[in-house]
Write a protein that binds this ligand. Structure first.
Ligand code: NAD
Ligand code: UDP
Length: 328
């Protein structure tokens, strides 16, 4: 059945992949975005299609549309970007959730929240299970994002309890892939771009902190399965690839996959940087029959070839020097 689906944050990294999948399934998709970190060029393949529409709008303001489902993804996800305007980050999570939940309540439709592993903070339970309550700083530089997302989740549960809104809450762990912004600032895009330019790889801290990296196609599949669950849900579901990797390991892997000559340089660890993170995805496996399929190696290869294309289209000056040297 064709549905009208609203994707907030639709011009962002995850949002544009999700919009493409939904459009490919024949749905009518509206991407709402204020282009804070998203880009219209992420939607190039969709703009002009009869079943796709892009709408410039800031979710902190009310929005009146008639749709059948909402995926609420609007919010900068990279620490560099969400810390640039922390008050706006909290507003986006909290007011954005209120506005989108209000729409879901008015229309009696399901709504999915893109929550995050950040709600576990710097976890002392490992791997993280959904009923772990987290260890989050209320005052540190990451709090605008972490606490904003926690408050958004609370709003989701209260709208479910008080107003019967059909909610789905995805706690997304680090996701990467093509169409991350060159300037995104997250580790995978930073390391790949640095490696392709043969520039120093900036490893923060001692590199022993861990994350678990999920390829974007796997995540999008998980989000869509979660939206389509038929039984009532009143709690969150972790979505991520439970393969724990240290930042030093990922730096080495990217250097080797790119054949880069980049040295690794150590930089101070940002305040409140979580030491370890890895999802327990038993709930997603049971409920959604989902687990990631793309290995880190394969996902990185696909992301590297995307960034190679971006840099060569930009005629990146460093690459041009490299090519000139290679040809001389
Ligand atoms: P992104 O920054 O690429 O995309 C976020 C999108 O939201 C951008 O297009 C941005 O312009 C838009 N946006 C920001 N504020 C807005 C506002 N006030 N009104 C309308 N649009 C606004 O990030 P992403 O990686 O695509 O993340 C998408 C969602 O998934 C976010 O909610 C993020 O918190 C969540 N998430 C992502 C990851 C990840 O690793 N990618 C991990 C955990 C959670
Ligand atoms: N990181 C790093 N070098 C970079 C960017 C990030 O070593 O150039 C580290 C960062 O300190 C963190 C990990 O990589 O420990 C993941 O950072 P990212 O910003 O991608 O995501 P998050 O910390 O939100 O999980």
């Amino acid at each position: 059945m064709q549905k009208r689906i609203l994707v907030t944050g639709g011009a962002g990294f995850v949002g544009c992949h999700l919009c493409e999948r939904l459009v490919a399934q024949g749905h009518q998709v509206i991407a709402v975005d204020n282009y804070y970190t998203g880009r219209r060029e992420n939607l190039t393949a969709l703009l002009g299609l009869p079943n796709f529409e892009a709408l410039r709008h800031d979710v902190t303001f009310p929005l009146y549309l008639e749709v059948d489902e909402i995926y609420n993804l609007a919010c900068p996800a990279s620490p560099v970007h969400y810390q640039r305007d922390p008050v706006q980050t909290t507003k986006t999570s909290v007011l954005g959730a209120i506005n989108m939940l209000g729409m879901a309540k008015r229309l009696g439709i399901p709504i999915l929240q893109a929550s995050t592993s950040e709600i576990y903070g710097d976890p002392d339970v490992h791997p993280q299970v959904e009923d772990y309550r987290g260890l989050v700083s209320i005052s540190g530089p990451r709090a605008c994002y972490d606490e904003g997302k926690r408050c958004a989740e609370t709003l989701f549960y209260d709208y479910k309890r008080r107003h019967g809104v059909e909610i789905r809450v995805a706690r997304i762990f680090n996701t990467y892939g093509p169409r991350m912004n060159l300037e995104d600032g997250r580790v995978v895009s930073n390391f790949i771009v640095q490696a392709l330019r043969n520039e120093p790889i900036t490893l923060y801290g001692d590199g022993r902190q861990t994350r678990a990296f999920c390829f974007v196609d796997d995540l999008v599949e998980g989000l869509m399965r979660l939206m389509n669950v038929t039984q009532p849900l009143d709690s969150a579901v972790n979505l991520g690839n439970p393969v724990e990797t240290s930042m030093a390991e990922i730096a080495d892997l990217i250097i080797s996959l790119t054949g880069s000559r980049s040295p690794i340089v150590f930089r101070p660890l940002p305040q409140d940087d979580p030491r370890q993170r890895c999802p327990d995805i038993s709930k997603a496996q049971e409920l959604l029959h989902w687990r990631p399929k793309v290995s880190l190696q394969d996902g990185l290869k696909r992301t590297i070839s995307y960034f190679e294309g971006v840099l060569s289209r930009m005629q990146d000056p460093v690459r041009r020097v490299e090519v000139a040297r290679a040809n001389s």
